[in-house]
Design a protein around this ligand. Structure first.
Ligand code: NIG
Ligand code: FE
Length: 412
């Protein structure tokens, strides 16, 4: 029984991976050449180099044709539960409007919130399911999903219950984040405090009572929620055990990193705007900086200074931010190329940021993100590639690859 994966030209991320790697460690990772490994019951249980062992009776074989093997992607930041796409805003963007201008006119997040408000849970589930299946097809083996298009007690809980249903259904692990404060609903335009109060005294306790959220998120940014408002909500969330994982500094230097570090966030995500004080705070804490370059690409905003964060030895993660407004793509292969081209990530640094560090940015690093005995056998075989640079170079993932989830080939 079990499977022997052999004829691997280069096996990448064959490390225990008990913790996220700092940028300097990421740059030093080396592959095992001419490798093999064995799978039993969906887990890796043995790894070796050179001549593979004799086959056990009934054991299956995966021939990697001398190509590369790497762990499945661990996408630690997505918004895949939404009712519909927003192609009309794409046209507005082409015609010159910015993300903030579209948002100010009731488009953007508020547009998605309106659609989520009207959608039934089963429609939301079916559409999100399709997107999760799409991401698995790209090789994603673990994913985080946020709410945030509800913007009312009822709709946010509806979204969180959909994520709970996705967790029970999905063949890959899902972490659920309550994005209670993604935008201020129009009805609260002149009464910000009332919305924040609703999040603190109704939404957070209700989600906690149903056990719906692993983490809590706020869009702490220019035109959205201030540092002070963010801290008020993070404090309430931490009290019920929801660790922060927040949107910070996408549109400005607005204190998101400071709020995140103060409340021991698991990650602070986006960081298109970074100052020296943010970098020195990150160096003092355990919070993982998470970069989402497909958002910078799609919104035509400056990319974060990822190179600097790596050089500071920070445990950077990369994720897709898959959502209908700022990153309508869940393609980690593309993120890999953007990180290389616009943020000067070496191929191996981006690999670690998209796998192991992404896994740790959702507390799944002991089971996912590397190829090592005891870890889940979710991996990608790239039979036609013989060097890691080929991956970001041939951007978009158009080359041949095979995805394995828990030891089984994903053939959907
Ligand atoms: O991560 N930054 C905030 N939220 C999303 C965008 C959501 C939307 O426009 O629908 C993001 O970029
Ligand atoms: Fe996001």
């Amino acid at each position: 029984m079990g499977t022997l994966v052999h004829n691997i030209g280069q096996l990448w991320m064959a490390i225990p991976g008990e913790r996220a790697l700092g940028g300097v460690e990421m740059s030093k990772l080396q592959p095992i050449e001419n490798a093999w490994f064995r799978i039993r019951d969906g887990f890796i249980f043995d790894i070796g180099q050179g001549v593979p062992p004799e086959l056990n009776s009934g054991e299956q074989i995966v021939d990697c044709e001398g190509g590369l093997v790497m762990p499945g992607f661990c996408d630690s930041h997505t918004h895949v539960v939404f009712a519909d796409w927003r192609p009309e805003e794409f046209l507005q963007k082409i015609r010159g409007m910015s993300y903030s201008q579209i948002a100010e006119e009731g488009g953007g997040i508020l547009n998605s919130a309106k659609k989520v408000g009207q959608a039934s849970p089963s429609i939301l589930f079916e559409r999100a399911k399709e997107r999760v299946l799409e991401t698995i097809g790209f090789g994603t083996a673990a994913i985080e999903i946020k709410s945030g298009y509800g913007l009312s007690l009822e709709s946010e809980l509806k979204m969180m219950r959909v994520i709970a249903d996705l967790k029970s259904w999905a063949p890959i692990p899902i972490k659920a984040t309550l994005l209670g404060a993604h935008a201020l609903p129009l009805a609260f335009k002149n009464n910000r405090q009332a919305y924040i109060q609703m999040v603190v005294s109704e939404l957070i306790p209700a989600a906690a009572a149903e056990g719906l959220a692993d983490y809590f998120d706020v869009f702490c940014d220019q035109g959205f929620f201030s540092q002070q408002e963010t801290e008020t909500m993070l404090e309430a969330a931490l009290k019920v055990g929801m660790r922060p994982k927040i949107h910070a500094n996408e549109l400005g230097l607005t204190g998101g990193v400071q709020a995140g570090l103060k409340y021991k966030a698991l990650s602070v995500d986006h960081l298109e705007h970074l100052g020296e004080s943010e970098i020195s705070l990150l160096k003092q804490g355990q919070t993982q900086p998470t970069l989402l370059p497909s958002t910078a690409f799609f919104l035509k905003i400056p990319y974060p200074d990822g190179r600097r964060l790596l050089d500071e030895n920070l445990p950077v993660a990369l994720a897709t931010d898959y959502n209908p407004g700022s990153s309508p793509s869940g393609n980690p292969w593309f993120v890999w190329s953007l990180a290389s081209i616009f943020m000067k990530f070496e191929p191996v640094e981006a690999l670690a940021a998209l796998t192991l560090n992404g896994a740790h940015a959702m507390e799944l690093g002991t089971e996912h993100g590397s190829i090592w005995p005891g870890k889940t056998a979710s991996f990608i075989v790239l039979p036609s590639l013989n060097s890691l640079s080929m991956v970001p170079y041939r951007f978009g993932g158009g080359f041949r690859y095979r995805v394995f989830i828990k030891g089984e080939e994903w053939l959907a």
